[in-house]
Design a protein around this ligand. Structure first.
Ligand code: NAD
Ligand code: ZN
Length: 357
């Protein structure tokens, strides 16, 4: 178990080896469920056979549904119930279900009790801790949100067996990102785990999830409200977000982050803070092996990527921002990245990893 100290309320992550926790949770007074419809379809006859369907609100995990409209539907469902502020919502699903239900729990009756069971690799290894809830607004991602952690998180890694490959490898990208941020030891351990983890061997997945959360915990415990150190968790995301928007989100998020890390590492190499040796080690042993959706040549359009980086909501100055890792395995953020460096990095990437199209 990990206990997380939070300015809002302390909360814990419980690593479950068996399904007994589900029966226990079902005995929580005044509990209701909000469950990803795919997860419900896959597990209603097995893991959730004790759950009364009348107590379940189903959610469609689609970015277009990560909006206030879905939150309103959930409010409507919850307010018809006899329980009010004393309701406990148990939500089950990936990051979309987490974001929608977390936002609803943080606002309905000024906050109701919330228990979360993450079911995707991204949600188990990364998003379930850190207190953030986000909704999309118009065409902007994660524009609305709050800080509100669940009171308890239950991580059961066998859920990952049924995850589609795209989502699985997208989550693996974030796992690798955290392993690099964690420093030399965690990076080396991840190199050992990656082949088994890619085959979804239960032991290695459990270790990946546990280690990722421990690393993320180090960063959020010092900066829960994202004003400094926590920024480093955006490693790979400066280029990654730009690549996602340049590809109209056809690249899975965590895969764009992997390419984003390689591009950031090219810049770090050009700036003389990262050696060829460490660059190649990361690329060959960690990053390329989990890149299953490679960007097309047309996706790597310098103009599109620079203008998307200029739109980054975390940007402050005139130049572009970038998070990099150096030869001492230390992370730093620069805010003086020039469009020419972006161009050079993309051109080098294309030479090193020619696209198939
Ligand atoms: N709040 C945060 O801190 C935070 C952090 C990172 C990302 N996010 C958000 O998370 C979202 C992405 O979440 P995600 O990658 O976890 O995926 P997701 O919630 O989008 O789900 C992906 C797909 O997997 C299905 N699914 C979920 N669990 C399954 C299982 N066990 N077996 C089979 N199918 C399953 C879903 O129905 C969906 O089709 C984005 O909206 C992102 O903005 C939030
Ligand atoms: Zn991410």
């Amino acid at each position: 178990m990990i206990t997380i100290r939070s300015g809002i309320r302390d909360y814990d992550v419980n690593f479950e080896k068996t399904t007994g926790f589900l029966s226990e949770l079902d005995r929580t007074p005044q509990r209701l469920y909000a469950i990803d419809e795919n997860v419900w379809r896959l597990y209603r006859g097995t893991l959730f056979r004790e759950v009364d369907p009348c107590d379940v609100f189903l959610l469609v995990a689609d970015e277009d549904r990560k909006t206030m409209d879905t939150v309103f539907e959930l409010y409507d469902h919850l307010i018809t119930r006899p329980s009010k502020r004393n309701t406990t919502l148990i939500s089950v699903g990936g990051g979309i279900v987490q974001d929608v239900t977390g936002f609803a729990c943080s606002t309905l009756y000024r906050g109701i009790n919330w228990i979360y069971i993450p079911t995707t690799l991204l949600a188990q290894a990364d998003s379930c801790i850190g207190s953030k809830t986000s909704l999309n607004y118009h065409d902007r991602k994660n524009l609305i949100g709050s800080f509100y952690p669940p009171s308890h998180i239950h991580v059961y890694t066998p859920f990952l067996e049924t995850l589609e490959d795209d989502y699985f490898f997208s989550g693996l990208g974030e796992v690798v990102k955290l392993a690099i941020i964690g420093g030399e030891k965690s990076m080396t351990e991840m190199v050992g785990l990656l082949p088994d983890a890619s085959r979804r061997s239960p032991d290695s997945l459990f270790k990946c999830v546990e280690r990722s959360l421990l690393i993320k915990h180090r960063y959020i415990s010092e900066d829960e409200f994202d004003t400094g150190k926590r920024n480093m968790l955006n490693f790979g995301h400066c280029f990654g977000h730009a690549l996602e928007s340049a590809t109209h989100f056809s690249m899975p998020h965590g895969q764009a982050v992997v390419v984003g890390i390689i591009l950031a590492n090219i810049v770090a190499k050009q700036r003389g803070i990262l050696s060829d040796r460490l660059f190649n080690f990361m690329a060959d042993s960690l990053l390329m092996p989990c890149l299953t959706t490679k960007p097309k040549r047309s996706d790597l359009n310098v103009g599109h990527i620079v203008s998307a980086m200029e739109m980054d909501k975390k940007r402050t100055g005139n130049d572009l921002a970038l998070i990099m890792v150096d030869d001492r395995y230390e992370m730093s953020k620069v805010t003086d990245l020039k469009p020419d460096e972006v161009r050079d990095a993309i051109e080098q990437y294309v030479r090193m990893y020619p696209a198939d199209d």
